[in-house]
Design a protein around this ligand. Structure first.
Ligand SMILES: Nc1ncnc2c1ncn2[C@@H]1O[C@H](COP(=O)(O)OP(=O)(O)OP(=O)(O)O)[C@@H](O)[C@H]1O
Length: 263
């Protein structure tokens, strides 16, 4: 059964520069606990999809359903993790993590205990009383992840969350995030430009067309890869096969590709 459904979603932007058809008839469904990735050329509407799922903006046409019902904002069903961590510099890590429960009046000793437990799981227990500027980029992103998870979102939206990190930190964080999301059985939509990251973390990968944004192709990541950690996926013999197929699909869609010019 579908947990998250986009049903014939179309979105048009109207601005002083005119009118942009950002998304055209997007239909996709994500199962509970499934991890999907959206890959596609710049401007194909990946972030627009996330904003619509998050309820930050309303689609022009179509519907977004959670367990077959329209999403309401009453119970914090969506968690968002972005390239920037947006931690408040004047608050300690634990207080940053507890912002959601505070806003939603769900502060309780048990929630703080859970927050400390999650910080421990991501290796940040020792800096719970530190301020964000004392932490490295990778540590800050881990804190941002805990800040999202403490609200127990039904869906997690990851918008290029590792793209500002150095390569080694990024690989380590992919492993940690992947393991944590599997443990908590979170349904996740990742937007990335990194094919390797999409393969390493996802169950299925949606390749998008631009102008207007639409789903071009869906790749299922082989089950043998899904059972590995993201770091080890990259060493699996099947990794290069799926990487090459996705590369070819994206290359055909790149604005300066020979394939695109030939059509
Ligand atoms: N606020 C806006 N007003 C007008 N047009 C917009 C707005 N936001 C996005 N667009 C346009 O909608 C289309 C989709 O944009 P979107 O940012 O969702 O793409 P994307 O795939 O996330 O791009 P990138 O990979 O570069 O982040 C683009 O043509 C973009 O120029």
């Amino acid at each position: 059964m579908s947990f998250l459904t986009l049903d014939h979603v179309t979105h048009h932007y109207f601005s002083k520069n005119g009118y942009t058809k950002a998304l055209e008839d997007i239909s996709l469904s994500v199962g509970e606990g499934e991890f999907i990735a959206l890959l596609g050329p710049s401007g194909c509407g990946k972030s627009t999809i996330l904003s619509i799922i998050a309820g930050i903006m309303k689609q022009t046409k179509g519907s977004v359903l959670l367990q077959n019902e329209a999403i309401t904002d009453s119970e914090l069903p969506i968690g968002y993790m972005l390239q920037q961590d947006y931690l408040f510099p004047w608050k300690t890590i634990i207080d940053n993590v507890l912002i959601g429960p505070k806003i939603y009046k769900k502060e309780a000793p048990a929630v703080k205990e859970k927050a400390l437990e999650l910080l421990d799981e991501v290796g940040l227990a020792h800096v719970s009383d530190a301020y964000p500027d004392a932490l490295s980029g990778g540590m800050r992103q881990r804190a941002a992840l805990v800040r999202t998870l403490i609200n127990d979102p039904k869906i997690l939206l990851l918008d290029e969350p590792f793209s500002a990190l150095d390569y080694q930190t990024k690989l380590k964080l992919e492993d940690l995030v992947s393991q944590l999301l599997k443990t908590y059985y979170k349904t996740t939509v990742l937007v990335t430009h990194d094919i390797g990251e999409a393969i390493a973390m996802s169950d299925r990968i949606f390749i998008m067309n631009a102008d207007p944004g639409s789903i071009a192709k869906v790749f299922e990541v082989p089950v043998e890869l899904r059972n590995e950690t993201p770091f080890l996926v990259r060493r699996h013999p099947k990794y290069q096969i799926i990487f090459d197929k996705i590369w070819k699909e994206l290359d055909e869609r790149a604005p300066d590709s020979e394939g695109a010019e030939a059509t």
